[in-house]
Design a protein around this ligand. Structure first.
Ligand code: NAP
Length: 356
């Protein structure tokens, strides 16, 4: 077990990847574009088009909060991982809160371009930490649970030593450490599930429902465990915890860690699918990139702060089934989710297509 010192991985490696990183981070020569309508004191959600970002925007709306979402294409030319962009963009907005839900969640993409991973996962939170310290603005760094490999299902406390197995995990860990340089930052480790609705890139739940609806047997891993929480459940608990003024590193997830096989079986039963389609198997021995399998998080600290229990796996599945994006029972048997979500070849890749 080891922790990656930030200094070890904040500089990109030599070679073409370094050149690409340099291109992305050089000083800008053009004036920074601003959103058409700059409204003061919004909740700024970085990564608002993603699985979590969409839910955060929705829950913020439910609570009457003004939001401003930022992703890669929101403002032409804007790159918040560039020092010359971040403060000039955020300062005029005077956000009341910043939530950083941006990430590259495809493990293979992280291996293919480690400097891009470093930029989004470590440099961006590092710049946010500098900005947050200067402004005194609260902000949230959403992190991961992709840190442990074990033969058994374990609930890891915030203090548990970590062992990041791949570029995604190493750069996310560097991001945690960079974020925590700002004592006003809240770093949340989690595992999220839900609907993103992005064609060709299904989330774990979208993939599982598509596979169940497909009617063909598929593999469901018995030795990959996670404390998955439905994205809106996460977003609501996150706003509650932010409202309590919490800072530092905190696990925020389901109170129960279950295997992917058990999760899919429970989803199938609750959703009216044939659970026998999910073959209960061990994960392949030599997956590339290497990946964590024992992702369970101990959420007792968050529960004490919140004064309530976080959802168990059954309540997470209930929330998935209650989602407006959940395919309706009457159309489910005719559903060809795969056509919209994922080519067959990638569905065959296994139940952990939810990569991060
Ligand atoms: N999904 C999981 O299973 C999981 C598990 C544990 C932790 N997490 C963490 O949860 C958070 C949210 O993940 P997610 O599943 O919602 O991810 P996601 O669906 O892949 O969305 C990622 C978001 O980040 C944005 N983004 C990527 N690069 C960016 C950049 N350079 N600048 C600004 N925005 C950028 C994307 O924008 P575009 O629209 O431009 O692509 C998108 O909005 C991340 O911190 C992730 O590490 C996820």
């Amino acid at each position: 077990m080891w922790r990656t010192p930030v200094s070890r991985i904040t500089e990109p490696k030599a070679g073409p990847a370094k050149d690409r990183a340099a291109d992305r981070t050089t000083e800008r020569t053009q004036p920074l574009p601003q959103p058409a309508e700059v409204r003061r004191s919004p909740v700024v959600v970085i990564g608002h088009t993603g699985l979590l970002g969409q839910a955060v925007m929705r829950v913020a709306g439910e609570r009457g909060l003004r939001t401003l979402g930022v992703s890669r294409n929101t403002v032409p030319g804007l790159n918040l991982a560039r020092q010359s962009d971040l403060a000039p963009f955020l300062d005029p907005l005077a956000p009341s809160l910043v939530i950083n839900a941006a990430a590259i969640t495809d493990l293979a993409a992280n291996e293919a371009d480690p400097s891009a991973a470093l930029e989004v996962h470590a440099r961006l939170p590092g710049l946010l930490a500098d900005w947050g310290r200067r402004r005194g603005t609260p902000w949230v760094q959403v992190s991961t649970d992709h840190y442990w490999h074990d033969i058994e299902n374990t609930l890891h406390a915030e203090s548990a030593p970590v062992s990041p197995p791949n570029t995604y995990a190493r750069t996310k860990l560097a991001g945690e450490e960079a974020a925590l340089r700002d004592p006003g930052c809240l770093v949340l480790r989690t595992n999220i599930v839900g609907f993103r609705g992005r064609a060709g890139e299904p989330t774990f739940v979208e993939w599982a429902l598509s596979a169940l609806a497909g009617g063909e047997p598929f593999d469901a891993y018995t030795d990959v465990w996670a404390s998955s929480i439905e994205v809106h459940q996460f977003a609501r608990a996150m706003f509650d915890i932010v409202g309590l003024g919490a800072t530092g590193l905190l696990n925020l997830a389901s109170r129960e860690s279950v295997s992917k096989a058990d999760f899919i079986a429970a989803l199938a039963r609750a959703g009216g699918y044939d659970e026998r389609l999910a073959r209960r198997v061990s994960r392949p021995p030599r997956q590339r990139p290497r990946r964590a399998n024992a992702l369970g998080l101990d959420v007792s600290r968050a529960e004490v702060l919140l004064g309530r229990e976080l959802p168990d796996a059954g309540e997470v599945i209930d929330a998935i089934l209650a989602s407006p994006a959940m395919p309706k029972a009457t159309v489910r048997m005719d559903l060809d989710l795969g056509a919209d979500l994922e080519p067959t070849a990638r569905i065959e890749g296994g139940p952990d297509v939810e990569l991060a």
